[in-house]
Structures are given as structure tokens and as C-alpha cells.
Design a protein around this ligand. Structure first.
Ligand SMILES: *Cc1c(COP(=O)(O)O)cnc(C)c1O
Length: 373
């Protein structure tokens, strides 16, 4: 099969063995055989973030990663309470938009997209608003690649008696996470990112006790209620509604490959890829959006050069035709593009990519090293 190198922030490049794992005899997902597959899968998802499977569980949903944010916001807020969103980027803003759509009381605590949140301001906000019951933020803001201090934000949430939910969609199964040490009550991801499986399966991993407490919270969604889906899994071992059958087979294969590679070796590989991306961009004179020491090590967000011949779409198309996908940025105020270190790729793929990328700049007449005014 043709191997494409995806440098977009997910879905990621997958192995052929994961692709082929989807080709299985037809099965009705209500069979016991299928439920037993999901049981092992759900436990593995908790183990990846070093959770004790008595204390923590994972709840699967059929959908893209945003479904997890939707589920957490609408399901984990008690009546009369408020959500605090620590917001320095597009994905935390998505959580704010979800609150707006459901009409949930919330505080959008905004910080600049290229700055870390000020923990003093976070603490003051918690002090001033005793009705905050849920604090939410994003681990790696995929729009820029900034790594947020989740352990510290989680400690503050707990100090003021709030539940802490973190969008770890773009770090899970890549950058090591430890639920207890990182003060996380709920985290989330989707199979197509760090796990290097297919699209269509997303999961919330979190504290069983808190899910059980949420049983009597206001029900704001039918399809996306955390307690309802959890309870159905506990009773029957199954998803409430039709699961993404073939994606689940692919995810089980991806988990085998995850354990084979190992947490540390996998993170070392992503780091190698990340360093190779930086090396290539540095050689061409490109500038980053985020200070190097604040980057999560998975997404490089790069500023467009001030060259009249620079045309992202043309460069994209040239690379795409040769098997490499680059991705636009997600910052409204600056023109950026992104190169990501996700997926089943290694350093050599990035070396190969930069040969093609350089050609694309040459053919379009972009001066190298690139210029900024
Ligand atoms: C990819 C991603 C999501 C989910 O996006 P979808 O388009 O719904 O898959 C959510 N949060 C973060 C931080 C992400 O990187």
C-alpha cells in the first residue's frame, strides 16, 4: 500500500498491520465475542495513562475527538454550578463554544495564544467564584503546540474542590501522562491520533466515583451523556448504540503495537521526529510561533515568511502529490502552518520530507533562507 506521511495534527500515518486489522469477518457487535474485545480495550486505555482500573475507567464513544469535550462539559456540571475554562488556544475555545451551545454557566479565562496561563490569575478566579465545580483546559494546544501546566492547574482545581478535565487528545499515547500524578480526573483522546489507529472512536478516561456522582446531574444530551454510556458499559459490556466495529479492531491492533514499542521508546521516537522538523525549518530560516521551551514536542507552528512568492497552497499541493501532507495553522491573528510529529513515522521520513519541501520552495521562487520583515 502507498505510504503517505501525514504531518497534519491527526489522523496520523498508520502501520499496514493496523490498516489490515480492519479486514475481519462480519460480526454483529452485540455478540459476546465483541464485548470481550471492548473490555480489554477499555482497560488498556486506562493503563496507558497509568490509571488503576478500579479507580478509573474509560468510556467509548463513536465520533471524532470533539465528542469527548462535548460529553465532559454537558455531563459533569452539577445544577447551579459553573465551569472554568483556562483558555489559551483554539481547542479550549472549542470547550467554551460547547458551553455556549448548551447554555452552561462558564468563565472563559482567556490568555494569549502564545503565552502560558498565569496560575495566579487562575487561582484568584477560583477564589472569587466558589460556584466553579469544573475546571477544563487543553494539554497540548494543537493549534500552536504550546504545552500547558496541567499538573499545576489540576492542583489548583482540587484545592478549590473542583473536578479537573483535560483535553489530552494531542498528547495521549505520545507524551507520558499519569492520572494521579498529573491531578487529572478526566482526560480524553481519539484513536486516530497518538494511538495511530483509525478515525471514529473516541474515549473519555476518568474517575469512576465522579461518573457515578454525575448520575443525577442535569441531563443535557441524550447521545453524549457520560453516565448513560458508562452505565450501559457496566451493565452489558457494550456501547449503548452501534460502535465503530472495524475501527475497534484497528485500535486493538494499534494497542498491541503501542505496548510492543513501549511508552518511553515511542515518546523518544516522536521527540526525534520533532527535533528533525525543527532542524529542517531552522536550516531554511523559518520562525516558530511558540517559544521553544514551551512547546509540547508534537506540533511545530511556523510563521509564513514575508516573501511575495510564498503560497501555502502551492507548497502544500507540491508536497501532497509526493506523499507528504502539511497543514495550515489555527491562529486567527497570524498566518501560520503546522508540521506535526504524530503517527508511525521516524526521523528519516522528515529528512525525505524536507527534500521535497525545499524543492517546492525553489520551484515557487521563494528565497532561501526565508525572509521576515
Ligand atoms: C484533534 C483534537 C481534537 C478533536 O478534533 P476532531 O476534529 O473532533 O477530531 C480535540 N482536541 C484537541 C487538542 C485535538 O488536537
Amino acid at each position: 500500500m502507498k505510504r503517505n506521511i501525514l504531518l497534519n495534527p491527526g489522523p496520523s500515518t498508520t502501520t499496514d498491520s493496523v490498516k489490515m486489522a480492519q479486514v475481519v469477518p462480519d460480526i454483529c457487535p452485540r455478540e459476546k465475542e465483541f464485548a470481550s474485545l471492548m473490555k480489554g480495550l477499555r482497560e488498556d486505555l486506562v493503563r496507558i495513562v497509568h490509571g488503576d482500573t478500579d479507580k478509573y475507567t474509560s468510556v467509548l464513544f463513536c465520533g471524532s475527538g470533539t465528542i469527548n469535550i462535548d460529553v465532559c462539559m454537558n455531563s459533569l456540571l452539577p445544577e447551579g454550578k459553573k465551569i472554568l475554562i483556562v483558555d489559551n488556544g483554539a481547542y479550549s475555545t472549542r470547550a467554551v463554544e460547547i458551553c455556549e451551545y448548551y447554555g452552561l454557566p462558564h468563565i472563559d479565562l482567556k490568555f494569549a495564544v502564545d503565552e502560558l496561563p498565569d496560575l495566579k490569575v487562575v487561582e484568584q478566579t477560583l477564589k472569587d467564584n466558589e460556584d466553579i465545580a469544573l475546571v477544563h483546559t487543553t494539554h497540548n494546544e494543537t493549534g500552536t503546540g504550546i504545552l500547558n501546566p496541567i499538573r499545576e492547574i489540576g492542583a489548583l482545581a482540587h484545592k478549590y474542590g473542583a473536578v479537573f478535565t483535560v483535553d489530552t487528545t494531542s498528547t495521549y499515547a505520545m507524551r507520558p501522562i499519569n492520572l494521579d500524578e498529573d491531578n487529572i480526573d478526566f482526560c480524553m483522546a481519539s484513536a486516530q491520533k497518538g494511538l495511530m489507529a483509525m478515525t471514529g472512536l473516541s474515549y473519555v478516561i476518568g474517575n469512576r466515583r465522579i461518573i457515578e456522582e454525575s448520575k443525577n446531574y442535569p441531563k443535557r444530551s441524550y447521545y453524549c451523556n457520560l453516565y448513560l454510556q458508562y452505565e450501559f458499559f457496566e451493565k452489558t459490556g457494550q456501547m449503548h448504540f452501534t460502535p465503530p466495529v472495524q475501527t475497534i479492531y484497528a485500535t486493538i491492533q494499534a494497542l498491541k503495537e503501542y505496548w510492543q514499542e513501549g511508552e518511553e521508546a515511542k515518546w523518544a521516537r516522536h521527540t526525534r521526529v520533532f527535533e528533525a522538523i525543527h532542524k529542517g525549518l531552522d536550516e531554511l530560516g523559518f520562525k516558530d510561533v511558540i517559544k521553544r521551551e514551551w512547546q509540547a514536542g508534537l506540533v511545530v507552528s511556523t510563521i509564513y515568511p514575508d516573501d511575495p512568492n510564498w503560497d501555502f497552497d502551492k507548497v502544500h499541493d507540491y508536497c501532497y502529490e509526493r506523499g507528504f501532507t502539511i497543514y495550515p495553522g489555527k491562529i486567527s491573528t497570524t498566518n501560520t502552518f503546522r508540521l506535526c510529529a504524530l503517527g508511525a513515522i521516524d526521523e528519516q521520513d522528515i529528512v525525505d520530507f524536507f527534500k521535497v519541501f525545499k524543492e517546492a520552495l525553489e520551484i515557487n521562487g521563494v528565497a532561501m533562507p526565508v525572509k521576515y520583515n
